[in-house]
Design a protein around this ligand. Structure first.
Ligand SMILES: NC(=O)c1ccc[n+]([C@@H]2O[C@H](COP(=O)([O-])OP(=O)(O)OC[C@H]3O[C@@H](n4cnc5c(N)ncnc54)[C@H](O)[C@@H]3O)[C@@H](O)[C@H]2O)c1
Length: 264
């Protein structure tokens, strides 16, 4: 049997031009950077955040620069809101090609030992970071399944392989992203939908955060192969790739993009 007896796919395209991409938590930080870069690459972006003002500001910035974007104020833990989000995007752009489950509770957390974490904070972190990844995925899945194609990008954290201390709820929530990514990939793969996770390292954004100390930053840098601090733009290339045709045969993977601080 020759190799050509098997269907050989055409070369895969890295472009996201015209793609309808939903990015959660895009009102600030890494998510806002994704939205700006995806729009600059010709994608049609839905900028989702629980904060309507920041979502609108990012969407306005994109449209002022000539890109295509609109803001949707959605709490990703709300099943009705996330279903409405998917419906609204399909009404507006005709389809949902990709969902980046980027929103999470992180920047606002205080580092503290496991006995000090208030139970309501524990619950909210798991709700936003875990259920808030599940619900938007559940909302877009029927549209992607009907289209026979789709891209789900979840967001993990280097805090998991590092076993970061003093934010057990956050690390627990990001551990769940790993299993969710594996299982979602198996369940949705037969429908042409890929599911992967980006695992960032400690990334400096415009937001001041109590979760990054000088000591922690120095430790991070010492672990990295590339000796400079990670910034949101470092994650954009991987996100674009995972939302393009070029990654059509890549699914169920958790990909560290952290300057080489962790190895599996
Ligand atoms: N920055 C880092 O060092 C780092 C490292 C590893 C992983 N990550 C992950 O990358 C992603 C982005 O990180 P970041 O630093 O930009 O985060 P961030 O905290 O600065 O931004 C998160 C955004 O999500 C929004 N959000 C929070 N709860 C929401 C909800 N219920 N519904 C809708 N939106 C909600 C917030 O309003 C905010 O705009 C997160 O998943 C984070 O866990 C970040």
């Amino acid at each position: 049997m020759s190799m050509l007896d098997h269907a050989v796919p055409a070369a895969r395209d890295l472009a996201v031009t015209g793609r309808s991409v939903i990015i959660t938590g895009a009102g600030q930080g890494i998510g806002a950077e994704y939205a700006r870069h995806f729009a600059a690459a010709g994608a049609r972006c839905t900028v989702v955040d629980v904060d309507p003002d920041t979502a609108r500001a990012v969407a306005d910035q994109i449209t002022d620069a000539g890109g295509t974007a609109f803001a949707q104020a959605v709490d990703i833990t709300d099943p009705t809101g996330t279903e409405e989000l998917a419906r609204t995007v399909v009404e507006r752009f005709g389809r949902v090609d990709a969902l980046i489950n980027n929103a999470a509770i992180f920047a606002g957390l205080t580092l503290r030992g496991l006995e000090e974490i208030p139970l309501d904070e524990w619950d909210r972190v798991l709700q936003v970071n875990v259920t808030g990844t599940y619900l938007p995925t559940r909302a877009v899945a029927p549209y992607m399944r009907a289209a026979g194609t789709g891209r789900i990008v979840n967001v993990g954290s280097a805090a998991v392989p590092q076993g970061l201390v003093d934010c057990l709820h956050y690390v627990t929530s990001k551990s769940a992203i790993v299993g969710m990514t594996y299982s979602m990939a198996r369940e949705l793969g037969p429908h042409g939908i890929t599911v992967n996770a980006i695992q960032p390292g400690g990334t400096r954004t415009e937001v001041a955060r109590k979760t990054q100390t000088d000591e922690g930053r120095a430790l991070m840098l010492a672990r990295q192969c590339i000796k400079r601090h990670e910034v949101p733009a470092d994650l954009v290339g991987l996100a674009l790739f995972l939302c393009s045709d070029a990654s059509a045969f890549l699914t169920g993977q958790v990909i560290a993009c952290d300057g080489g601080s962790t190895h599996r």
